[in-house]
Design a protein around this ligand. Sequence first.
Ligand code: NAD
Length: 485
Amino acid sequence: MTRIIEVAGVEVSTEHFINGERVPSATTFADISPIDGSHIGDISAGGQDEADAAVAAARAAFPAWAALGPEGRLPLLKQFAENIRQSVDKLAAVETVDNGSLLIGNVHGGMPRAAHNIEFFAERALTLNDETIDSPDVVNHVRYDPSGVSALIAPWNGPFMLTTWKAGPALAAGNTVVIKPPEWAPLTSSMMADLATDAGIPAGVLNVVQGIGEVAGAALVANPDLDRISFTGSTDTARIIGRAAADSLTPISLELGGKSPFLVFADADLDKAAQTLAMQYMNAGQVCLAGTRVFVEASIADELQLKMRQAVDKLTVGDPREKTTRMGPLIGAEHFTRVKGFVDRAIADGAQVVWGGKPHEKGGFYFPPTLLTNVEQDWEISQREVFGPVLTWQTFTSEEQALEMANNTKYGLAAMLFTRDAERVARIGRAVVAGTVWVNCFFVRDLSAPFGGCRQSGIGREGGNWSFDFFCDVKNVAIAKDSLA
Ligand code: NAD
């Protein structure tokens, strides 16, 4: 009998999903809600056996899934997307209890986007094999063939949406997948398996192995029968995965951490800049893209900070299920201690607290929006990813200085730029080290556009055909002209 728990009125399996069946493990790990620290349930903790069984199931299912071709897979994947759409409210409610993200954001943002991720890549795959390159003696037919079995590993800050971002192109390309959900928010990935199965996706095509990253995740990425590893998470874990993948030379795609700069020049629309600055506290700052290093032209710094304070004052901290809440809790006790530690050490180093700076009066894992000033470039708080609602604020007097400060980290995920000067946009757009530069906007994501990180923020790009470049074996079939009957 499968082990089912009820979360926010929704039934969720706590077991693995391997070859179309629910499989338990002898050991479990506790899933805790960040909202109130309550125990949600005990989840199967997989290891080597479960990881190997899931990869074997995915391998066995691969030939038939690949043979369907993009046209054959399309109706199944469209139904999968439709099932997600029909379940948006349930998925959103469960994810909110599991990771503390805003219910309203999951209902209107994350979950509909997840459905779009599946559908977008299923449709885009139809045109993958259309390209030919004409040479003097041959016609080169460019093919995107499925590569085999992909391991998909996502973090807890948006597990369902981020996993579909990988599962969408992997499945559309004809790969079969093994998903290792984050242990701090494992539930919606379990629901994903049911939604895929209900859509008619065959057994073994989408498998889920629950467990602790260092155990189940490590066992999965060490499996030599994998053809791709797609990972979103921290830079430190990426190094470990890279070493595991090196033995079998399994290609890896890495979407990692960030310490993104947010530049505001004196000619900017300061009201819009202030509103967008307040958005950097989204998901309690647990967003890889957040512009956590704010650099402001000195002449408008006071005015902008005042406007930002007004916007931040409206960010009600509280239960993420409430409609009026704008900022929920941090994911849990360990992460809360980590975030607080960064802030405490920055203050001990001499940082001044403009707002926030200590745990929220609500208690639990709630930490308020925090702004620190009087910080130096080489301090820990300016260099390491906090992954909490903590921004630093520094001023500049020239574009060169702003750029120099913006590029002064080991990361390069995103950069936000507020200015009305088109030439400056061209100069900074070229020189800033980032995979995405948002100019006078933030968090606008077109799936056709490339997404990824430079430096230690990642390897590879997702989105558009960049996703297929990774998940497929790109092949050239060069046919001598006039050689075929
Ligand atoms: P993490 O690296 O601790 O864990 C990510 C995933 O890896 C989890 O599912 C975990 O179980 C698994 N894992 C852990 N150790 C493993 C191992 N040895 N082998 C295989 N898998 C293992 O990251 P996190 O704390 O869950 O997430 C936060 C991080 O993710 C931040 O650094 C954030 O910036 C980053 N992130 C990046 C993006 C992006 O698109 N670039 C998006 C969201 C989050």
